[in-house]
Design a protein. Structure first.
Ligand SMILES: [Zn+2]
Length: 60
């Protein structure tokens, strides 16, 4: 599911580098970094987010 584009939902992602799990807003307008290792997990793309991490769950 890497590279999938999402819109206005919260998603739970897992860092591919350190396996840290965290939630983020699917429509984040800024780069999302792993809170543990600092790897870029998502980058803004035309108002959406391009997610580079594994998506574990999409939260309502
Ligand atoms: Zn990490």
């Amino acid at each position: 599911m890497a590279g999938r584009e999402l819109t206005s939902k919260f998603i739970k992602i897992r860092c591919p580098k350190c396996k840290n799990e965290q939630t983020m807003f699917g429509k984040a307008s800024t780069r999302v970094l792993c809170l543990v290792c600092g790897k870029a997990l998502a980058e803004p793309l035309g108002g959406k987010s391009r997610v580079k991490a594994r998506i574990l769950e999409v939260l309502a």
